[in-house]
Design a binder for this molecule. Structure first.
Ligand code: SAM
Length: 212
């Protein structure tokens, strides 16, 4: 198994590159990264503007899979949306619950690939920096598509990080997986907006926004 550096974290390359990460341990410093904690107002505003464009205008039910500490969940909640977050790390779920305390938001411990939401359906499923590391992303996407109400949206923020030994999911591949499942999609490049990352980046970062 080879360890590669992916931004702030160490990931392990095998058939499931994210499987070797101890997310409970990572949770302690996770929000120190500009795009994770969104503590810098410039970075926060950059993500808030993207979320405003990606999410419906009217108050909606948003499912944040692999929600981590809940930073994007909080941006969604601040726009009036009702949020359900799911994460496999107990510590991440605790931090997300604390971050959104008092809001219309629930956080569940569970598998992003099969969120424990029963028969509940959502207007938006958002996922940032998680799908790339899940086994069988095509199967996961089909399941996620089934969690949407008619006309619902998938908002998938992904990338292919690093230059020497890049890891992740190229936009072209993700778009090809999503395209047969939806009525339409756009691929939004994100690498050129340094405000999102708190620095210039030269690898591939993007969002796929799809309408069911
Ligand atoms: C890179 S972090 C992204 C967190 C959050 N989406 C964000 O953008 O700030 C990856 C998150 O996915 C979670 N995760 C990884 N594999 C998962 C799985 N199979 N099911 C649920 N959560 C998972 C980790 O616990 C971690 O919180």
């Amino acid at each position: 198994m080879v360890a590669v550096t992916l931004g702030p974290m160490t990931h392990h390359t095998d058939t499931n590159p994210g499987a070797g990460v101890d997310w409970d341990a990572e949770s302690v410093t996770f929000d120190d990264e500009p795009d994770h904690g969104l503590r810098d107002p410039v970075v926060r505003e950059a993500w808030a503007a993207r979320m405003a464009a990606w999410l419906p205008r009217q108050a909606s039910d948003v499912l944040d899979v692999g929600c981590g500490t809940g930073s994007l969940s909080l941006l969604a909640s601040e726009r009036g949306h009702r949020v359900t977050g799911v994460d496999a790390s107990r510590r991440m779920v605790e931090l997300a619950r604390a971050k959104l305390a008092g809001r219309d938001a629930v956080f569940l411990l569970g598998d992003a690939a099969a969120p424990p939401v029963g028969e509940e359906r959502f207007d938006v499923l958002i996922c940032r920096h998680v799908l790339w590391a899940l086994p069988e992303p095509g199967r996961v996407l089909r399941h996620w598509r089934g969690l949407l109400r008619p006309g619902g949206r998938l908002v998938l923020v992904e990338g292919r990080w690093g230059t020497l030994s890049p890891v992740g999911l190229p936009a072209e591949r993700l778009a090809a997986l999503v395209e047969p499942l939806v009525a339409g999609l756009t691929v939004e490049p994100l690498s050129g907006d340094a405000r999102l990352w708190g620095r210039e980046v030269d690898d591939e970062r993007y969002a796929v926004v799809a309408t069911a």
